[in-house]
Design a protein around this ligand. Structure first.
Ligand code: NAI
Length: 332
């Protein structure tokens, strides 16, 4: 099988350090799919990145056919099949995501332009660097020759956090919880929703709400715990989530590449095909299904109640504001 070319940006950073081994040993693209790893970081990080490259080599993994460290986006994105855009300035304690926008959005403009010039038109892109949804929007905008459907932002970490909260509440394993949804922005306005989730308790498949039997928790503590989880990790570690973020990137790209099956998963995607009344031209997190190596399909038609509507609209409003601020920043 021919190798695929996989770009990881921020390759000298902490998320990439947790991510590389999984990508290199076949957890994402399958155990028989060889990979070429294109590792992009900024010039001052090239010595550190050199050490990471040595470690990747020293894992002696048969699927790794080539490892290229570079500070040049035109080298990194050349003929790329997949890009995991992790590189950005991370949020530190006390910093709001909006402060990050100014610093980070231009990185994604430049990377979009480089992809437009040299990547395959079929490239699949997941943006992780924050503000992830808006960075993905900017990246897609500045890569006009690549379909918008090929871009996404990571909200799988939020979905995994939501699943873990439900599993913990019911005392069941996480893989007995399915179809938790994240609506909207990867920020504190995100709306984690268990309305369509199912759980397996004592061998029986149940609706999550009827197993949890605690509407107050579902509409309050559960939501705020998931919304604030990233900030809590930063407060404790003084660094943002890295292991769990890398794990979520693996889940997101694996499901995109290999198909999500019957499960709904959450991904922030181009909003134009949604039937939920969410504004067009946003990277909004929806429930989606993916066919192997195929298009991401928004799962439309779920019944929405008034209390859900309010939360979906609130996070949409934030994304519109972020998008407009980012566009203004890029046009300066
Ligand atoms: P880190 O600081 O350890 O690594 C970031 C790396 O990006 C550094 O090596 C830096 O030199 C590099 N970088 C900066 N500008 C770059 C550019 N123009 N091109 C290529 N590389 C560049 O940060 P960490 O912890 O790995 O986090 C990375 C990003 O992921 C942050 O923006 C963080 O907020 C975000 N994040 C997103 C999550 C999500 O669920 N969407 C979850 C956790 C973190």
């Amino acid at each position: 099988m021919d190798p695929i070319r996989v770009v990881i940006t921020g390759a000298a950073g902490q998320i990439a350090y947790s991510l590389l081994h999984s990508v290199a040993k076949g957890d994402v693209f399958g155990k028989d799919q060889p990979v070429e790893l294109m590792l992009l970081d900024i010039e001052p990080m090239m010595t550190v990145l050199g050490g990471v490259v040595m470690e990747v080599m020293d894992c002696s993994l048969p699927l790794v056919r080539n490892v290229v460290p570079t500070a040049d986006p035109m080298v990194a994105f050349k003929d790329a099949d997949v890009a995991m855009l992790v590189g950005a300035m991370p949020r530190r304690e006390g910093m709001e995501r909006k402060d990050l926008l100014k610093a980070n959005v231009k990185i994604f403009k430049a990377q979009g332009q480089a992809m437009d010039d040299v990547a395959k038109k079929t490239i699949k892109v997941v943006v992780v660097g924050n503000p992830a949804n808006t960075n993905a929007f900017i990246c897609a905008k500045y890569a006009p020759s690549i379909p918008k459907e090929n871009f996404s932002a990571l909200t799988r970490l939020d979905q995994n956090r939501a699943q873990a909260q439900v599993a913990n509440k019911l005392g069941i394993p996480c893989n007995d919880v399915n179809n938790c949804i994240i609506w909207g922005n990867h920020s504190s306005t995100q709306f984690p929703d268990v309305s369509y989730a199912t759980v397996k308790v004592a061998g029986k498949e149940l609706e999550a709400n009827s197993a949890i039997k605690d509407d107050h928790w579902v509409r309050n503590d559960f939501i705020s715990t998931v919304q604030k989880r990233g900030a809590c990790v930063i407060a404790a570690r003084k660094l943002s989530s890295a292991m769990s973020a890398a794990n979520a990137i693996v889940d997101h790209v694996r499901d995109w590449w290999q198909g999500s099956g019957d499960r709904m998963v959450s991904m922030a995607v181009w909003s134009n095909d949604n039937k939920y009344g969410i504004a067009s031209e946003l990277m909004y997190s929806f429930p989606v299904k993916t066919a192997a190596k195929g298009k991401i399909e928004i799962v439309n038609g779920l019944k929405i109640e008034e209390w859900q509507r309010e939360r979906m609209d609130l996070t949409c409003k934030e994304l519109v504001e972020e998008r407009d601020a980012a566009l203004a920043e890029c046009e300066e």
